[in-house]
Design a protein around this ligand. Structure first.
Ligand code: ADP
Ligand code: MG
Length: 712
């Protein structure tokens, strides 16, 4: 049962392919396929890739052959493989007597066609006939383990006198084992060692997030990879695959039986993993001209900032930070082989209803390779990756989460604090090393997650509490918090003047009469501009910029040194840490890249410093003491807060020593502590501290408004 190819039978077709491989030359007269055949043998590989257009343009006869490939792909694969096998034997000649070449030349060979004219979108695959060859683009989300697929079953007669061998080629899924030996009528036994298997792996190819029509669920199709192709792809890869449309019974996961319902899959014959390509965004020479014209505009930065979610009023510095993150800094590879990420991570923490979600959604549309998701993620893999059971693909499969899918792109993650426990453990690696390692159920893999993260989180008590640190405000450990370059606190506090403006802005925008709600830069152009800058511009730090950053760094660390005499030495305030230094470099690079400049100027450094200062004022300003402090961000407890707590505790101890029964009057403690800390009218801060001391098991509250120390 061999499929009939157009006009020619398989042997004739095979001869044609030999002719093509040997004699095709490109424009400069290079016999490119003869050369790659030589290389294939040298590397002992088994596949030769053929550009379909080359076949089509070889000569008039090949035009028909090429057209027929689309309709009868299996026959052509077979003929092509036979041709390749013959050529390999011919070329090896006497060398075949050597062991390694003998085994190699007896292996399977594949002529793999790519760049075919039938390009389908994942949504359209169902419109093509079964058996057709199509090319689709997508992203690999799941990968099964490698299995062996039986392609030739061999049976041996169980009668030792007879020993007859029968072999059956497996075409399609099913085959009939010979029950009795045709010679002596004894039972036959399936022989594993004599039978032939190929490596088999199933993958899930899903629509790329950026191709997804807004609000739609991504479509997917399973693909089967055979033989040497099984090693080609991993989750998160953006691929272009060429494959034959096949069907198999849709085994109802719940029914476990076969019905008349079938599901399509692709038997992949070629897989291309284009690397640094923003495949959807073609930048034409005209676009390039527009991009450079835009770059030379006065006030470019403000134009870009204003083009981010223009319907949202205010939050200019947050938008600026997002703009910098969209461009990103340069990734550096150090001499010792380690890597410093260039991607900028931003977190917005804030009250409900301050437009965090809106900002994220808008950003995900604007970013090349942007993706919007929530901390819970849209699949079992969540934000990072997971090993899950999949009955359609088979057994345990590795599934990529949002950060892997947005590799080399921007992941906008809402409700970041709601991520699952597995993600909480693996996100540290993802945010700094930009890889995700997984080892579970026999699957061991490291996936790339070179992803810019723009995230939003809500305070756990509903509203942001000024009197505790950021880490205490949200449900995230400081280890994760510290991996954000910038953390913005977005508070919704009534301010009549601003409220008036926001209301005005929202109302006239809704009425369609707000000129400011229109982005000054057309979003498609801005998207291309960002993609172009990210691909082509890699700014380097100049001496001047480096000096500025260093000066700021030293200046910011100073207060902790100079104030030592005034305060107990244990309570130093550290305003800024080395992580912020790296963040500053990234931000400065991003600003240079935004201007399509190859050098990071002093101005870039100054602007980034300004942004960090504004961020620090919001994020680390200790409202109670008025001191700038970032340790709260890093350790979860801000230093002035620690100091206050120590002081209150010490006060209770002193008072308890003086008292007769060891208890202290609660009101008295609150009053005295508030006086000492200049917190009159803010007594609730002290109450808060008392509550925490109680939670930590250091004090208890006996009846009668008392406090007693729990010592021991
Ligand atoms: P969050 O995610 O912070 O809880 P949302 O993004 O859901 O908030 O915003 C709530 C609504 O309020 C949205 O419709 C948003 O457009 C509107 N809104 C809030 N702040 C602003 C603002 N500064 N300008 C315009 N609209 C705003
Ligand atoms: Mg929200």
């Amino acid at each position: 049962m061999v499929e009939k190819a157009l006009l020619l039978d398989l042997d004739e077709l095979s001869e044609k392919y030999k002719e093509f491989i040997q004699f095709y030359t490109d424009e400069s007269g290079e016999p490119i396929y003869r050369k790659s055949l030589g290389q294939m043998i040298e590397d002992q590989r088994n596949s030769l890739n053929v550009d379909w257009e080359h076949l089509y343009n070889f000569n008039s006869e090949f035009r028909e052959i090429a057209e027929d490939i689309i309709i009868h792909p299996s026959a052509h694969m077979k003929a092509g493989s036979a041709a390749l096998k013959d050529l390999v034997s011919d070329l090896l000649g006497d060398l075949v007597r050597e062991d390694r070449y003998r085994i190699y030349s007896k292996g399977r060979f594949h002529l793999r066609f790519y760049n075919i004219p039938t390009k389908a979108s994942l949504r359209d695959v169902t419109k093509f006939s079964i058996g057709r060859l199509v090319e689709i683009g997508g992203i690999i989300t799941r990968v099964s383990a490698i299995y062996d697929k039986l392609v030739r079953a061999v049976f041996v007669c169980t009668n030792p006198e007879c020993g007859r061998i029968e072999s059956v080629d497996i075409i399609g899924g099913k085959f009939r084992p010979p029950e009795r030996c045709p010679e002596c009528n004894s039972p036959m036994r399936f022989d594993h060692e004599l039978s032939e298997f190929v490596r088999w792996r199933s993958v899930r190819i899903q629509e790329r997030p950026e191709d997804l029509p807004p609000g739609m669920m991504p479509e997917h199709i399973d693909g089967v990879l055979l033989d040497d192709l099984v090693d080609e792809v991993k989750p998160g890869d953006r691929v272009k695959v060429t494959g034959i449309i096949r069907i198999k019974p849709a085994r109802g996961e719940e029914r476990g039986s076969e019905g008349p319902i079938y599901r399509r899959y692709l038997e992949v014959i070629h897989a291309d993993v284009p690397n640094r390509i923003y495949e959807k965004l073609e930048i034409t020479p005209e676009d390039e001209e527009d991009i450079w014209k835009l770059a030379s505009k006065d006030g470019l930065e403000e134009l870009i900032v204003k083009s981010i979610a223009p319907s949202i009023f205010g939050w200019i510095e947050v938008k600026r930070a997002i703009a910098y993150a969209l461009f990103g800094g340069s990734t550096k590879f150090l001499l010792d082989g380690s890597k410093v990420r260039g991607e900028i991570n931003i977190l917005m923490v804030g009250d409900p209803g301050v437009a965090k979600s809106q900002l994220l959604k808008y950003t995900s549309q604007l970013a090349p390779r942007g993706l919007y998701t929530t901390g819970k993620g849209s699949t079992a893999a969540g934000l990072t990756a997971a090993v899950v059971r999949d009955s359609t693909i088979g057994g345990w499969t590795l599934e990529a989460g949002a950060l892997v899918l947005a590799d080399r792109g921007v992941a906008c993650i809402d409700e970041f604090d709601k991520m699952n426990e597995d993600d909480r453990r693996s996100i540290h690696e993802a945010m700094e090393q930009q890889t995700i390692s997984i080892a579970k159920a026999g699957i061991v893999a490291t996936l790339n997650a070179r992803t810019t993260i723009i995230a939003a989180a809500n305070p756990k008590k509903g509203r942001y509490d000024d009197y505790v640190s950021i880490a205490e405000n949200i449900n995230l450990p400081p280890t994760i918090l510290s991996r954000f370059d910038l953390v913005f606190i977005m508070k919704d506090r009534p301010r009549p003047e601003a409220d008036n403006m926001v209301a005005e802005h929202i109302l006239i925008t809704r009425m369609g009469r707000n000129p400011e709600a229109k982005p000054p830069i057309d979003p498609p152009l801005l998207k291309k501009y960002i993609a172009y800058a990210r691909q082509n511009i890699d700014p380097i730090l100049t001496e001047g910029a480096a000096r500025k950053i260093k000066e700021f760094y030293i200046e910011m660390r100073k207060p902790s040194v100079s104030s030592e005499e005034e305060r107990e030495p244990t309570f130093e305030t550290i305003a800024i840490t080395p992580r912020q230094l790296e963040a500053l470099i990234r931000l400065s690079e991003a600003r240079a890249r935004m201007h399509l400049r190859k050098e990071v100027t002093e101005e870039d450094a100054e602007r980034s410093i300004q942004l960090v200062k504004i961020m620090l004022e919001g994020a680390s300003y200790d409202v109670v003491s008025g001191m700038l402090d970032i340790t709260g961000l890093m350790t979860g407890v801000s230093f002035p807060a620690v100091k206050r707590r120590e002081l209150v505790f010490q006060m209770i101890r002193d008072l308890a020593e003086e008292s007769e029964d060891g208890t202290v009057d609660r009101e008295l403690v609150v009053k005295k502590a508030a006086e000492k800390l200049n917190l009159e009218h803010k007594e609730y801060v002290i109450e808060d501290i008392l509550r925490k001391l109680n939670e930590d098991g250091l004090i208890i509250f006996p009846p009668g408004g008392k406090i007693r120390l729990l010592e021991g």
